[in-house]
Structures are given as structure tokens and as C-alpha cells.
Design a protein around this ligand. Structure first.
Ligand SMILES: C[S@@+](CC[C@H](N)C(=O)[O-])C[C@H]1O[C@@H](n2cnc3c(N)ncnc32)[C@H](O)[C@@H]1O
Length: 505
């Protein structure tokens, strides 16, 4: 598989021609910014970063991002150096005084906190760098590793500062002394990351864990932390995924950024989540029998766009299990699920349930009563041309009521919808009311923004729209949708499948 290419959306370049020109890779303005940003980075806060990077057209943003990443990573690198120094001090002088609480912090959550301080959220999103908290890491490892035997080799692809490797190492046995334990663990743990400072952090923390778990005092000399864990190294996994062929277990929390599907991709040919590409590469290149455990964004479990990906993963797996988890951590507003599977020897035709569904609800599903569509107006894409019509937008729309008159108008020559219908906001958060609805009345057809889902009753009756409001408002709907789709965007398919709860009858 070729290295992933950044996603290119042709439509976005056109309005930015001037900026494209000004920031062409070799222009003097580009060199000015490349020199200026690192030098004065300490005066640039998150907002300036966001403004600069958003001004740039996408391909050039990649250049800026790598320049920015170089300048912004220094505080994290300083932190890694601090950790390495502490570990080395403990190695040189086992009796040296080191507070238990500082060791605990380094092993549990401090690198993630330092990364948050050092790198603005927008840049962490672009790089897909979010370190897993210990609770989630433990849960993944407990669920995915199973029994550890003498030939276990655990690989973490995109290991970051090593949080999944640490959770795995907690399951490995200790040997007689520190050098022996480090040798044993070095032969059992493999990790790749493209960022060298993350790899150094992972190695130093693994050594610290060995010290903390039972080797505070030892007799023999030990080599520096950097000399252990030779299989934890800087490596671009997508450019050479064969590197995991020997692993007996793979644990991953891959980047969730958008990228172009690789050229030979069996399940997509446009922009996709890097998490889907990484998981596919892991499963495809793992040897039969390898256990894979992954923390993945919910869109892969519940999104219609990833149905082919799900089938593709299923076809290569056995014992595939899905567990919804909830929000990744309190700083990262994305819902994740855990996927565990075993790479099968032969193609598998067994179907997995990626969400709990009620096969044949007593009174049917919403699709038995309504036709479900996404609003046709994409505000930033569609020109104001065609006849002037009433225009329905999500933001000003009152909730759980009936709207008789729409005051906003726009020209639109695409699909219009004839009232009465029910408009549901597409965006919602698990935990909130999920399918917030409004009944739209009137005689004339309406242009509807694509942030709304339109439900047209099959019998064209207002009473049916009122019944639907009852269904959508019920707590059962929230519970059902929270299980079915935890990402923020409701899909047409999820509303089609929603049971028509019998209390309406
Ligand atoms: C979401 S972070 C997870 C880090 C770590 N596994 C954890 O759970 O804390 C994803 C990591 O993948 C790394 N990464 C991104 N692209 C990569 C690639 N092509 N090869 C290897 N690592 C990559 C990033 O640098 C980042 O550290």
C-alpha cells in the first residue's frame, strides 16, 4: 500500500487563488512565514494558528502544518527530555529521591496534558495526535489481549507516547531484575510512530513502568532507556504495513484525520477517515490468528459511508466484537467504540451486528410511514439561481412545534419539498435530545438546508406528522439512537430504521 496522500478537495481551491499564489511553496511570503513562525511562535496563540492555517488553501496548509509542527513540538520535546533525564537518574542511582506522585503522573496522563498545552487543538486534530487515557487503554487491552504467552508480540501502530503499550506492559511478567525485565519486554513490545519525540517518550515511559512495577532497587548496571525497546521506533506504518506480520496482538488508536483512500482501496475511492485506512492495513497485513483491538471513531461503526469498510473488515475476521464506549475523554469531543477481532485464516461470511437493532418492531419502523431525505440546499456550494422560494434553515427553526409561515427566501433550482413534513436537525450529541423536530405547514414548496432531514409522510396527513413528533420526542428514541449512532450527524438510514414505538397506537 502506498503512503497516504492528503485529501484534496478541488472545489475549495478556486476562491483562494490569490492566497494560493501568495503562499506558493517557494514564494517570498512563504519563506517569510516559515522563518517568522518558528522564531516568534511563543507569541502566537491558538487563535493565530487557526487563522493562519485556515487562510491557506489545503495543499499549502500541509506545508504550514509541518512548519508549525516543528515549531510547536519543542515544548513537548523539552518534556520528553525531562522524562528521559528522570529515568536515567533512576537508572544511574536507584536510591535517588523521586516522588512517587511524579512517576505516577508521567505514567498516567501527564504526556497528554503536556501535549494539550504545547500544541493547539487545531494542530492536534490535523496531526491526529490524541493520547489515550489510562481507563480506556486498560479497557482495550483487557478486552483485546487475552492470555499472554511466551511468544506474545504486541504491536501498537501509531503508538504516540506509548499509552497502549504501557497498558499492555502491565500484563507482561517481571523478570528477576530490571535489565532482564527490560530485555523481556523489549522482545514482546513493538510500536511505530512517525514522530520521533513520541517514540522517545514511549520508550522512556516503558522503562519507568518497569522500574515502578518492581525494580526500584537493583544490583546490575542497566543500559540507557534509549537502548532498550528496539522494536519501538520511528516508522511510517502506511508506507510499509508489512512490518506487523510477526505481531501476535495489535492494539491501535489510529489518527482520525481525513485522508484520500489509498489507490488499491477495496471499500472507498475518495476522502475517508485515516482510522479506517489504518485498521484495514492492520487487519489485511496481520497474520492469521492475530488478535486486533482498536479504539475507533463511532462514524466507522454507524456511518452509512463505512458500510463497505465494515463488510471488508468482517470478511477477514472472526470473533468480531463491538463495544460502544462514549466520549474519548473529557477534552476530546468525539465518541469512540472498541473493536476486537481475530484475523481469520479463510474469508468469513458471518455477519456482525455493529449496533443493536430490533429486527421486526411490532408497529414497524419510521420508513414504513415516512420517506426520509436530506435537505437539498448546500449553502456554501449552491448558487442563488432559479425561482425564489421559501427557505428553511436549521438554526432559526423553533423546536417541537408547528411552523405555518417561513419568512426567509432564496433562489434555488434543486429539489423542493411540499408541506406538510417534519424537519429534523441533523446535528445532535449523544446525551442530548437526539432527533429534534418541527412540523412544517403551508401550501408552497420549500427549499431546505442540508443541515435538516426531511420526513414526508406516505399518507400526506398532518396527523401522521404529529404522531412522528411523539415518536421522536420519546426517551426510547434517544436511547435507541444513542446506541445506533453516537456520532453527531444523524443519518437518513438511522431515522429510516427507527422503530415506530407502539405507544402511539
Ligand atoms: C490518536 S494518536 C494515538 C497515540 C497512541 N496510540 C495512544 O493511544 O495514545 C495517533 C498517533 O498516530 C501517529 N501516526 C500518524 N500517522 C502515522 C503513520 N503513518 N505511521 C505511524 N504513526 C502515525 C501520530 O503521530 C499519533 O501519535
Amino acid at each position: 500500500m502506498k503512503p497516504a496522500k492528503p485529501m484534496a478537495k478541488a472545489g475549495r481551491y478556486a476562491p483562494n487563488l490569490l492566497v494560493t499564489h501568495l503562499f506558493a511553496p517557494h514564494s517570498s511570503l512563504t519563506s517569510f512565514f516559515l522563518t517568522f513562525l518558528p522564531t516568534y511562535r511563543r507569541y502566537l496563540d491558538t487563535y493565530i494558528y487557526v487563522i493562519f492555517t485556515n487562510l491557506l488553501p489545503k495543499p499549502h496548509r500541509q506545508i504550514k502544518l509541518s512548519a508549525m509542527a516543528t515549531s510547536q513540538k519543542e515544548p513537548f520535546e523539552l518534556y520528553v527530555r525531562e522524562v528521559e533525564t528522570l529515568v536515567q537518574r533512576l537508572i544511574n542511582d536507584p536510591n535517588s529521591h523521586s516522588k512517587r506522585s511524579s512517576i505516577k503522573a508521567i505514567l498516567d496522563g501527564q504526556p497528554a496534558a503536556r501535549l494539550r498545552d504545547a500544541i493547539p487543538l487545531a494542530a492536534r486534530r490535523d496531526g491526529g495526535t490524541f493520547f489515550t487515557g489510562s481507563r480506556l487503554a486498560r479497557r482495550l487491552v483487557n478486552q483485546g489481549l487475552g492470555e499472554i504467552s511466551s511468544d506474545t508480540l504486541i504491536a501498537d501502530i501509531g503508538c504516540g507516547a506509548g499509552d497502549l503499550l504501557l497498558a499492555s506492559a502491565r500484563k507482561l511478567p517481571l523478570a528477576a531484575d530490571l535489565p532482564e525485565t527490560l530485555r523481556l519486554w523489549s522482545s514482546r513490545l513493538m510500536g511505530f510512530d512517525i514522530r520521533p519525540e513520541f517514540v522517545r517518550a514511549a520508550k522512556a515511559r516503558l522503562t519507568l513502568l518497569a522500574i515502578d512495577r518492581g525494580h526500584r532497587f537493583w544490583k546490575k548496571n542497566v543500559t540507557a532507556a534509549s537502548d532498550c525497546f528496539n522494536m519501538v521506533r520511528q516508522h511510517d506504518f502506511l508506507s510499509c504495513p508489512d512490518a506487523i506480520a510477526d505481531a501476535s496482538h495489535i492494539v491501535i488508536n489510529p489518527p482520525y484525520t481525513q485522508m484520500m483512500a489509498p489507490a488499491n482501496c477495496a471499500w472507498a475511492n475518495s476522502g475517508v477517515s485515516a482510522a479506517a485506512v489504518f485498521t484495514d492495513a492492520c487487519v489485511s497485513h496481520a497474520s492469521p490468528g492475530t488478535q486486533v483491538a482498536a479504539i475507533l471513531p463511532d462514524v466507522l461503526r454507524s456511518g452509512s459511508n463505512y458500510e463497505k469498510w465494515r463488510n471488508h473488515i468482517e470478511s477477514q475476521s472472526q470473533d468480531l466484537r463491538i463495544t460502544t464506549f462514549g466520549q474519548f475523554d473529557k477534552w476530546t469531543d468525539i465518541h469512540v467504540f472498541l473493536l476486537t477481532l481475530s484475523k481469520s485464516k479463510t474469508p468469513n461470511s458471518h455477519k456482525t451486528h455493529w449496533w443493536k437493532s430490533i429486527k421486526h418492531p411490532k408497529d414497524g419502523k419510521v420508513c414504513d410511514y415516512f420517506d426520509v431525505h436530506v435537505g437539498a440546499v448546500v449553502p456554501h456550494r449552491h448558487a442563488h439561481k432559479g425561482p425564489s422560494t421559501a427557505y428553511l434553515r436549521a438554526k432559526p427553526l423553533p423546536r417541537w412545534t408547528m411552523v405555518k409561515r417561513i419568512t426567509e427566501r432564496r433562489r434555488f433550482d434543486g429539489t423542493l419539498f411540499q408541506p406538510p413534513f417534519v424537519a429534523v436537525r441533523r446535528t445532535s450529541r449523544p446525551g442530548d435530545k437526539r432527533a429534534v423536530a418541527t412540523i412544517i405547514l403551508g401550501k408552497r414548496q420549500v427549499a431546505v438546508e442540508n443541515h435538516l432531514i426531511v420526513l414526508l409522510s406516505k399518507n400526506n396527513k398532518l396527523s401522521e406528522c404529529k404522531n412522528l413528533l411523539g415518536v421522536l420526542k420519546s426517551r426510547k428514541t434517544d436511547q435507541w439512537l444513542n446506541n445506533r449512532i453516537r456520532c453527531r450527524h444523524l443519518t437518513v438510514r438511522s431515522l429510516n430504521e427507527l422503530p415506530w414505538w407502539s405507544f402511539n397506537k
